[in-house]
Design a protein around this ligand. Sequence first.
Ligand SMILES: Cc1cc2nc3c(=O)[nH]c(=O)nc-3n(C[C@H](O)[C@H](O)[C@H](O)COP(=O)(O)OP(=O)(O)OC[C@H]3O[C@@H](n4cnc5c(N)ncnc54)[C@H](O)[C@@H]3O)c2cc1C
Length: 406
Amino acid sequence: MGTNIDMTEYDVIVVGAGPIGSTAARYAAMHGARTLMVEDHSFIGSPVGCTGLLSTKAVSECDIEPSDDFVYNSVRGAFVHPMNGECLPIDGKKTKAYVVSRKMFDRRLAVMALEEGVELSLNTRVNDIETSSEKQKISVVRNGQPETIEAKVIIAADGVRSKVAKMAGLGNVSKVLPGIQVEVPYRSDDTDFVELFAGSQVPGFFGWAVPVNENISRVGMAIDPKYGVSAHQVLENLLTQNPHVASRYGGGKLDLVMGGIPLGPLEKTYAKGVLVVGDAAGQVKPTSGGGIYTGAVCAKIAGEMAARASAEEDSSENFLLEYDRRWRGKIGKELAMGMRIHNFIGGLKDSELDELIGSMNNPAILDTITRYGDMDHPSILMKKMLHPSRSVHILKVFRAFAKAVL
Ligand SMILES: Cc1cc2nc3c(=O)[nH]c(=O)nc-3n(C[C@H](O)[C@H](O)[C@H](O)COP(=O)(O)OP(=O)(O)OC[C@H]3O[C@@H](n4cnc5c(N)ncnc54)[C@H](O)[C@@H]3O)c2cc1C
């Protein structure tokens, strides 16, 4: 792969062959654009910066059927552990998410892009872009050699600290949570459920144990950097000092994953000749840090719009702003509500969070969560939870929550 390519001129060039880059490239090619995808690394799908917990919707949004090639486990719910140790079991009653090999998942998406005619160049790093003339000039170092490629439109899918978005004058997402995770020997109580750890044990976000099988889980967390604590130390404490985790953790580490989770989308995701997508654009759910579903929704629009811009020979801001309008129309409100939920929960004391989580441990609420809980669209559940038919007590507990998020 990546040899014998005439690297001179393309309709669309996609920077970054992560899941979102591959999806954007595939859609550009499907809409008739001669498309090149360039990737800094000399391989697809690693190093992994992800837990690999993908909602059923995320997998289908990527146009893939779940298969043994990349799925290790399926989960249907979560055990939520607040600081007071009183576990809240949430049972979705059917498969809600898959635990996947991100390496194999990313490779599947890259293959699908190649099948649509996308050309792929590995070991190719974009160092500079020049977008002032009609065609965009992209300076790359490919296999150690500097080259210049021309394209009508650049799609920046180069991840959380996107160099391309910055060079296009769009900046980077301002809030990035450090995330860290280890794959460890871990005796899971029930591999159909993930475990979530909330409160000051993981300041500003949450921790997780995601079962790969009954003997191995991915234990990790993200924190808000404003608390000034070391992510490594918080993870170590979760593994060894949280009584629930410590009693299941077998000791040792099999794998270490680190990365940044962007919170809140860029104000503007287009510039003359450039579209920004995925983590590069901050298209990530602020409630969970998951970026595959939201990124895939936007990548399809980016691919289609880039192909249209190149067919119509119009890569002006005026033309490309439709991308920004369309993706915000699909997921903008959901991301904004997710941000309000993130800010509200992050501002609670442990005792308040314990009360909020405890108040959900009630058959009527759990039934509502089972019926309407959707990892990718928390607003659906929010509206059901805050319906006026709820008991006065529940509405009282949720009043502040409702005020903050709706
Ligand atoms: C700890 C952690 C756990 C997570 N868990 C989940 C989860 O369970 N579920 C979920 O949905 N999401 C999860 N996420 C988020 C998810 O990993 C990202 O949203 C997703 O990988 C974004 O895909 P992307 O294609 O936009 O960017 P990336 O996957 O980051 O891909 C960007 C690509 O661009 C390449 N690149 C960068 N710069 C250049 C350059 N100059 N030239 C050429 N190539 C370049 C990189 O090498 C990389 O391959 C997690 C994130 C973290 C940090």
